[in-house]
Design a binder for this molecule. Structure first.
Ligand SMILES: Cc1cc2nc3c(=O)[nH]c(=O)nc-3n(C[C@H](O)[C@H](O)[C@H](O)COP(=O)(O)OP(=O)(O)OC[C@H]3O[C@@H](n4cnc5c(N)ncnc54)[C@H](O)[C@@H]3O)c2cc1C
Length: 263
């Protein structure tokens, strides 16, 4: 199927991009999720605003202990080491397992978060890092904690007139331990359960369980999970009331394995 006809605009600066959104245009980044939606005609915007040429849209900067990743940074750039230090090594490992390289060459971290597919990798992993989404709208910039950014299936804290500018994450010490487990039937498929656990010395370990057709479930203090992965994973998943027994089983396994890896 071909998309319904639409106009295309390439704003040169952020105020032009916001003006396009205010007039009803839909932002497009890598087009790796929106493209199929256009082709299937589940999205029929009259105009697309292509964000890819906006200044500062892609790229990574560090200021003190905060690492800022522009929303337009591709999965491939992160895979190739654009993010420095221990955080970068962790994110590169996540990026490497998103789809295939041609998808990673175009797909962006911001597009993935804004699309908010509950099974997407950045949606599942980013709430583990105590970071923030930087959002630009008609009233200026605002910040949203990453654990509150995705609010439902394909739903976020963004209004239709706002853009995701960047995500900001704390740099991590080399001693930070990480466990990440994603269940895919074959490479390139969306996950059926993803869990991750981050243990930073001096802080309570943190865990996320995701890809269960719901927003990510964040465990702000995962000390009990790290101490007794099997029993605590079973208790946490039972409390989530996952409908399919097989999804509940892989969710328990994902959480247990991520906790074991981080411990
Ligand atoms: C074959 C295939 C396999 C895939 N497998 C995986 C996988 O295993 N794991 C995974 O996580 N993903 C997977 N994806 C999705 C891929 O990662 C996409 O790149 C990503 O979901 C969307 O990023 P994008 O930059 O292409 O966004 P687009 O498709 O351009 O946009 C997606 C949505 O976000 C909005 N948007 C984009 N940027 C912004 C912004 N800055 N501010 C506000 N709104 C914005 C758009 O309007 C649109 O609604 C797969 C895609 C394909 C085609």
């Amino acid at each position: 199927m071909k998309p319904a006809p639409f106009d295309y605009a390439r704003p040169a600066d952020w105020s032009a991009a916001l003006a396009l959104l205010a007039a009803g245009a839909r932002p497009v980044a890598g087009g790796q999720s929106l493209g199929p939606m256009l082709n299937l005609r589940v999205a029929t915007p009259e105009k697309l605003a292509d964000l890819r040429h906006l200044p500062g849209y892609a790229g990574v900067t560090q200021q003190g202990g905060t690492i800022r990743i522009g929303a337009g940074t591709t999965h491939a750039a992160i895979e190739d080491g654009a993010v420095p230090g221990r955080l970068g090594a962790i994110l590169a490992g996540v990026a490497r397992r998103i789809a295939y390289r041609p998808v990673r060459n175009r797909g962006t971290i911001g597009g993935s978060l804004a699309h908010a597919d509950p099974a997407a990798d950045w949606v599942a992993v980013l709430p583990c890092f105590r970071g923030e989404a930087v959002v630009l709208g008609p009233a200026g910039e605002r910040r949203v904690k990453l654990e509150r950014f995705v609010t439902g299936m394909l739903a976020t804290a963004l209004s239709p007139e706002e853009l995701l500018l960047a995500v900001e994450l704390p740099a991590l010490p080399e001693a930070a331990r990480w466990g990440h487990w994603k269940f895919c039937r074959k490479p390139g498929e969306f996950s059926k359960a993803t869990a991750c656990v981050l243990a930073v010395p001096g802080e309570a370990p943190r865990a996320v369980l995701a890809a269960l057709d719901a927003p990510p479930f964040v465990v702000a203090d995962a000390s009990a999970l790290c101490a007794a992965p099997e029993a605590e994973a079973a208790r946490l998943v039972a409390a989530l009331d996952v409908a399919d027994p097989w999804r509940a089983a892989i969710a328990r396994t994902a959480l247990r394995r991520a906790a074991e890896a981080a411990s």
